[in-house]
Design a protein around this ligand. Sequence first.
Ligand code: GUN
Length: 281
Amino acid sequence: MTARIIDGKAVAAELRRAIAARVAALPFKPGLRVVRVGDDPASGVYVRNKDKAAQEVGFDSATVHLAAETTEADLLAVVARLNADPAVDGILVQLPLPRQIRADVVISAVAPEKDVDGFHPLNAGRLASGQKGLVPCTPKGVMHLLRAAGASLPGARAVVLGRSTIVGRPMAQLLLAADCTVTIAHSRTRDLAAECRRAEILVAAVGRPEMVPGDWVAEDATVIDVGINRLPDGRLVGDVDFAGAARRAAAITPVPGGVGPMTIACLLENTLDAALARRGA
Ligand code: GUN
């Protein structure tokens, strides 16, 4: 069969419209601060896109840009100031951070109720124990896409390729909470091909260009490609061989235009949720 294309741009645009409408009805503006340390160009693009999207839905949004030489103590002081600022509902420290700063220390310093990345160990623990909390944006966006694609989740065999704390692990938790039977496969998995071929829902989040060939994809699977990899010739590709997989799958996300747009939309959703929760709404 030829797969249906899951249009992440359209799903994200709809979510952003809904968020903007809810914000317009509020008597205050949710506040977001994105912290960027150093001059990594890719981070610059991501941070600008987040800030712009936040402004567009009516948030009070600003970027805090710190020098590449910033010390861990200085960054922790900035985080402490934002934690204490009543106008700030969401704090996002863009990763990666310069080498002199320990990311785990900074992530743990963000107030959990303002942790719109959902990376704080308290929020990770809440997700793992089925409690309400802020959920990492990319896996949350994948769940929106699966629902938009009409995927039937209860009882489905879901395989998550990749075990990162940002995507793979929270992804597995969300699929489990949706009653899937979940396997996390990774670089040490004995037979990756066999694991993938069993998947009714396959989520690839390894960051290796086109490492999943079409013949690892089951007929009628729903394939979500989280990877965004730039090839030497400048092309952007996912972790899945799109053309090969699209010949077998029932539905598949493209790269770009699949998961990517959902990450920012879910950051906006998390910020609105954090703003309402902080005000007891
Ligand atoms: N760098 C790449 N992806 C992300 C993300 O989702 N959040 C943050 N803070 N940094 C990132």
